[in-house]
Design a protein around this ligand. Structure first.
Ligand SMILES: Cc1cc2nc3c(=O)[nH]c(=O)nc-3n(C[C@H](O)[C@H](O)[C@H](O)COP(=O)(O)OP(=O)(O)OC[C@H]3O[C@@H](n4cnc5c(N)ncnc54)[C@H](O)[C@@H]3O)c2cc1C
Length: 376
């Protein structure tokens, strides 16, 4: 049986950032992935992500947001690669909408620049957008467009440079406690490790093996042909009560002068192996309906459409903890569709948990928050 110090199951965005961080701290790390990232079988498919400084998961995320932008910038400088492109974002919602209140609060808490725009100011600056008279707009100038492939490649490059061994195309089948360590069985071998980290994205719920309130949701990413009317259009995040209370629409410029526009939530929920990986006409129709309301000038000719999946929690916050069966196993799940941008900061937090001492308070991420308080 092979022996190693730390095994990581899942070398996607979170796993590779943590692998790099642990290796930088001198640990011996073996990172397994059943596919070769970047791929379209999990949560990181597509070319771009929105990287806002604002958030709506709660105040505990504010320091992590600040840290993650610093760490991405360091990675860009170290590897001479562009990962974040400054574009600015418009966050649009009704004044009583959850997106507006939480985004503004987080910007205030983080001390980040923003401006409040009226619908008229917004459409004067960006005539392609249709903003209703009863909506309110936050302009966040520091928001960035995150480029998925360069980001993942830089995380993997950084990890390798600090000694991480990747086993890509190797699937972890099961694991069990073994004294003060753990035994991991893959489709190629059996490994004994001192510690295990599970960052398996949408397959995390299967591997963690605990009764956690997680749901995997199918999503569609669509790149639309964009004419000159969208030149200079920023990132968009739109609360949309017509879709659902926590649903919305989002968009961003894509390489090649195109524009991504998609719906947040409203997808089918199920096991990742059973969710449909084909984009259907009905999926595109739902998006065209939202586009007609929000970006009526867009040609509505789609160039590329892909599926992707979220792992949702009831409060849209992450779940990070040590396994109740033993501290040698740490797991991280519940990305809730918004957590690519946090990956480098997540890497630091998870490395702390694996080492056994959290430098920032991560208690707000523990699953205990989902337990009902006993009735008084
Ligand atoms: C449509 C869509 C839009 C999004 N938009 C944004 C956005 O604008 N901004 C933002 O910040 N975030 C966004 N996100 C969320 C972001 O992409 C995810 O939060 C992030 O990718 C989560 O990373 P992860 O490492 O948890 O998962 P992944 O990157 O999927 O990595 C998990 C890895 O585990 C591996 N794995 C699984 N099972 C096994 C096994 N048994 N053995 C070995 N390996 C295994 C998989 O192959 C995979 O590579 C979006 C997500 C989607 C789906």
């Amino acid at each position: 049986m092979e022996q190693t110090e730390i095994v990581i199951i899942g070398a996607g965005v979170w796993g590779s950032a943590t692998a790099a961080q642990l290796a930088r701290r001198g640990h011996d790390v073996l990172a397994l992935d059943r596919w070769t990232p970047p791929h379209s079988n999990g949560s990181h498919s597509g070319r771009t992500r929105l990287a806002r400084q604002s958030m709506h998961e709660g105040s505990g995320y504010v320091p992590l947001s600040e840290r993650t932008f610093q760490l991405w910038a360091e990675l860009e400088a170290e590897y001479g690669v562009e990962i974040l492109r400054r574009e600015g974002a418009l966050i649009i919602d009704r004044p009583d909408g959850p997106l507006y209140a939480a985004s503004r609060e987080s910007l205030d808490l983080g001390g980040w620049d923003y401006e409040m725009w009226t619908p008229q100011q917004t459409t004067a600056a960006h005539p392609a957008l249709h903003v209703a008279d009863d909506e309110i707009v936050i302009y966040e100038p520091g928001a960035r467009l995150l480029l998925v492939e360069p980001a993942l490649h830089a995380l993997h490059q950084d990890a390798r440079r600090h000694g991480v061994r990747f086993a890509l195309g190797e699937r972890a089948l099961s694991w069990e406690f073994d004294g003060d360590g753990v035994v991991v069985r893959t489709d190629a071998r059996t490994i004994r490790a001192d510690r295990l980290l599970i960052t398996a994205g949408v397959y995390g719920p299967d591997l963690i093996g605990l009764d956690l309130p997680l749901q995997v949701e199918r999503q569609i990413l669509v790149t639309w042909e964009a004419g000159p009317e969208l030149t200079g259009a920023p990132l968009l995040y739109w609360g949309d009560a017509e879709l659902g209370p926590t649903s919305g629409a989002y968009g961003c410029p894509e390489p090649g002068g195109h524009y991504k526009f998609a719906i947040h939530h409203e997808g089918t929920v199920g096991h990742p192996d059973e969710l449909d990986k084909t984009v259907r006409d009905v999926d595109l129709k739902a998006m065209r309906d939202v586009l007609a309301r929000r970006l009526p000038g867009l040609t509505r000719t789609h160039l590329e459409a892909k599926t992707c999946m979220y792992t949702n929690t009831p409060d849209e916050g992450w779940v990070f903890d040590r396994h109740p069966g033993g501290d040698q196993v740490v797991y991280a799940t519940g990305d809730s569709g918004r957590s690519f941008r946090y990956a480098p900061a997540i890497g630091e937090c998870l490395a702390d948990l694996v080492e056994g001492e959290a430098r920032v308070d991560l208690d707000f991420l523990r699953p205990a928050r989902f337990q009902q308080s006993p009735a008084v």
